[in-house]
Design a protein. Structure first.
Length: 80
């Protein structure tokens, strides 16, 4: 089958699935989070990213002793 016919079949299947779903309530605008909530959310994401980078730094150390030092320095600067 060609890619186009596969895409058409997928689109038809999605349309059929969507028709079976119950009608949803109209979309309502959610209140925006406070500045403090946004800051806390972003801090959590940053700390999670730093943790991932530090895990990668330890992988570099396994390949080359001291190989992850530059990543660790960058994480230290980011935490400041």
């Amino acid at each position: 089958m060609s890619d186009l016919s596969n895409m058409e079949r997928l689109a038809e299947a999605q349309d059929a699935f969507d028709r079976r779903l119950p009608r949803r309530q109209p979309w309502r605008l959610q209140p925006s989070p406070s500045a403090q909530e946004e800051v806390e959310c972003l801090q959590g994401k940053i700390y999670a990213l730093i943790a991932k980078v530090l895990a990668e730094a330890s992988k570099f150390d396994q390949l080359t002793p001291g190989g992850g030092d530059e990543l660790r320095r960058a994480c230290d600067q980011a935490e400041e």
